[in-house]
Design a protein around this ligand. Structure first.
Ligand code: IZC
Ligand code: ZN
Length: 426
């Protein structure tokens, strides 16, 4: 078989087999192939097997990469980010350190609303340039697919601008960007007394977003002092009828019942769930809703961690992990740091963690059929790590363990550094 690229002598964590996200104990199943070989043609995986099988398949390649026995995994997927925004909020650090709660900062017109002011003022080019820097940081860490939410416009013009920027980013650099319309991220001051009119406006906007193909998912910040469960139900139910898949910021700070709502509506993912009830978490697991956990946010806000062990061991649910990259509650692009937090804060095993940032994260952004495992037919998005031992990644935290990243079969990171525009050979 003639292929474009051959990666040989890898310790492949394929996560292959079966359909859908992995739940409970099955999240520990790595599907290792020792001394594994991967054949890539036209950006897709056409061969996955051990050295003997590769021999039998008579693989011939233009380029061969020797992984030197190191770990090879699917490209990582970051399924929850607020990627496109202007500015930063380091001025809120001292407030946080002096004990001012996240929601109080928002109530005072800071927090999300501060970023809304900056984003409304920023042009498309400025938003694009800032997000491009973040995407390069993510790619350097092995992230090949990322979800990106709007939600810093809270008005028609700026929400559409954010989503157009996300689409332009998808076309302008190697990381795939999956867009989510998060119009109801906060109540803008001009609608302070009239959340329902604001939601009506956001639903009209959702029609435009849909017509222009600018987002696949809709999301809402269901939180005390932001949007209630009944407001969230109305918005998400209508979005579902328009054809969007659903996500929800649920029970992050207060236990409102957002997890129960996610199960009721059959959302693709329920995100945060720090304070969700066990009944809500169990209902989500039953309904096949993926829990997207964001340990960086718990760490940064000094909040308790979500109950990952309950979801995995008792509810037998599917867990994904994400950065929540945003300028307020979690200003980091580092999914590898999140992997370390998941070990320490959630007591997740290295195997569960890898599943949560590959296969399950891919399903959380509706890309499970394309990426997230190393299987013939999938997109050739792959990471070669600087170790042969998976546990080393969450154990040795705060630095980048990536050696090489391939996006659709093209090498885009070498020695942990992003190669020039478009990658090797282009
Ligand atoms: O900008 O603070 N939680 N939304 C809900 C955020 C955090 C983003 C932000
Ligand atoms: Zn978020």
């Amino acid at each position: 078989m003639q292929v474009d690229l051959l990666i040989r002598n890898g310790r492949l964590a394929t996560l292959a087999g079966g359909e859908g996200p992995r739940r409970g104990r099955a999240m520990r199943d790595m599907g290792y192939v020792e001394g594994g070989v991967v054949g890539i043609k036209d950006g897709k995986l056409v061969f996955v097997g051990d050295a003997a099988a590769a021999e039998r398949a008579r693989l011939e390649a233009k380029t061969t990469v020797d992984a030197g026995g190191r770990l090879v995994t699917p490209g990582l997927v970051d399924p929850h980010t607020h990627l496109v925004h202007a500015g930063s909020r380091e001025n809120e650090l001292s407030l946080k350190l002096n004990g001012v709660p996240y929601l109080d900062i928002l109530r005072r017109g800071g927090g999300i609303l501060a970023t809304v002011r900056a984003t409304r003022e920023a042009g498309e080019q400025e938003l694009l340039a800032q997000a491009k820097v973040s995407l390069a940081r993510m790619l350097e860490q092995g992230v090949t697919t990322v979800e990106a939410k709007s939600g810093y416009g809270l008005d028609r013009e700026t929400e559409l601008r954010q989503l157009r920027v996300a689409r332009a980013l998808n076309d302008a650099q190697p990381v795939d960007v999956v867009s989510t319309f998060l119009g109801p991220h906060a109540l803008p001051p001009e609608y302070r007394e009239d959340a329902d009119t604001f939601l009506d406006m956001m639903l009209e906007l959702a029609d435009e977003v849909r017509a222009q193909g600018l987002a696949e998912f809709c999301d809402i910040f269901c939180e005390e002092g932001v949007f209630s469960v009944s407001q969230s139900r109305r918005f998400l139910q209508a979005c579902k009828e328009k054809g969007f898949a659903l996500k929800i910021h649920a029970d992050e700070i207060e236990a409102l019942g957002g997890a129960e709502l996610a199960a009721e509506l059959g959302a693709t993912s329920v995100d945060h769930v720090i304070n969700a009830s066990r009944a809500g978490l169990a209902a989500c697991a039953q309904a096949g809703v993926i829990a997207v956990l964001l340990p960086g946010t718990s760490w940064n806000l000094g909040a308790k961690p979500a109950d990952a062990r309950f979801i995995l061991d008792q509810a037998e649910g599917a867990v994904a992990l994400a950065t929540d990259y945003n300028p307020g509650s979690c200003p980091t692009e580092s999914l590898q740091l999140i992997m370390a937090f998941a070990a320490n804060l959630y007591k997740m095993t290295p195997e569960e963690i890898l599943t949560a940032v590959t296969r399950n994260a891919a399903h959380a952004v509706g890309r499970g059929h394309l990426v997230g495992t190393i299987e013939v037919g999938k997109q050739a998005d792959l990471c070669i790590w600087n170790t042969d031992e998976l546990a080393y990644i969450p154990y040795h935290f705060g630095i980048n363990h990536i050696q090489a990243v391939f996006k659709r079969g093209v090498q885009v990171v070498r020695a942990g550094r992003v190669l020039a525009e478009g990658g090797e050979g282009r």
